[in-house]
Ligand binder design. Sequence first.
Ligand code: COS
Length: 385
Amino acid sequence: MDYFFTEEQLMIRDLARQIADEKIIPVRSELDEKEEFPWEIVKVLAQSDLFRIFIPEEYEGLGKGSLELVLAVEELSKACLGVSTTYAAVALGTYPLLLYGSDAQKKKYLPDIASGKKLAGFALTEANAGSDAAGVQTTARLDGNEYILNGTKQWITNGGEAEIYTIIAITDKSKGARGASAFVVEKGTPGFGFGKKENKMGIRSSVTRELVFQDCRIPKENLIGKEGMGFIAAMKTLDKSRTGVGAQGVGVAQGAFDAAVNFARERVQFGQPIASFQAIQHMLADMATQVEAARALVYSVARYIDSGAKDISRESAMSKVFATDVAMKVTVDAVQVMGGAGYMKEYPVEKMMRDAKILQIYEGTNQIQRNVIGQALIKEAAKKK
Ligand code: COS
């Protein structure tokens, strides 16, 4: 399908594709096996200016939109979801600053993120706050010119490796969701440490750690936006990033499909390649159709976001839920088409199937996405009455 990209968009896509083919595919299974953070690849992404895509030009970025980011994420995800998670989580961690940061904060943090010198991470989740984003218990108490942070964030992508973290903490317990605020905290701040590194089913080259705050003092200027805006900042951040998760789904599904179709053309049973059997062709046909439908939706939503649309919650959730359900189904089917070979670590699809599962869980489970879509539909129907 031709999606009528500009020359520049094609350049970004092709650059990410080249890095995926030359630098990621050769090492992806070793990174997975050893659970090794992909620093060498991060350096290549930085040198290739891929971290500049989502940063405005005035802060040393390329000033591109969701579509360009989605194209890069899709290509990286086709090769390895662990690597693409590391990359996409930097955008996620940067969105609160992009959306609500002051000019001074942007000047201070964005150029280093754009150059890839510093990675970012986003910290909302806690032991009692995941789907229930308003359940955050980490506190930030104002004391003179400083906030004092206390609490533990859980399952934070890029935890320990990133230098810059955007954190949601409660500044006023009595106000529920309206009592949350967003902060930027740098690695190395006294009182800010890291807990255990998680041992995961998939995306094993990406790192997931606890962030621990114990009387961690940060300057008052590290508040992002105003007190009480933390919940909305988190929701708007997730609205922006969820299409990227959709793009991860499209990428990993395409990678699994490609592996399955190649295998089916070569594997001979009953005297002919299994690709000649209708049972296999129908599976491949469904997989290809689902991937293309997911891609079309992800690109459309990215273009919709880039048009400057104000309320993107519903569309963003639709692209995430659809493309990541497709990713799970297509990666499972790719293993099935490849049979015993698909189950073996010698081929990439067993990793892709393990990796794909997280897409239905992180940045809002697919059940939460359906809540977001359902609530938006009902609100809209009520407005029309
Ligand atoms: N944009 C702007 N405002 C939003 C919003 C959005 N996307 N979503 C909610 N709000 C506003 C609501 O309008 C409401 O405002 P009022 O108080 O003025 O009415 C306020 O925020 C609270 O919203 P709501 O009552 O819907 O909050 P809930 O606690 O019921 O939670 C969901 C809503 C489930 C949508 C939210 O908790 C969520 O997205 N959870 C998933 C979080 C997630 O992705 N976690 C994964 C970890 S982060 S990687």
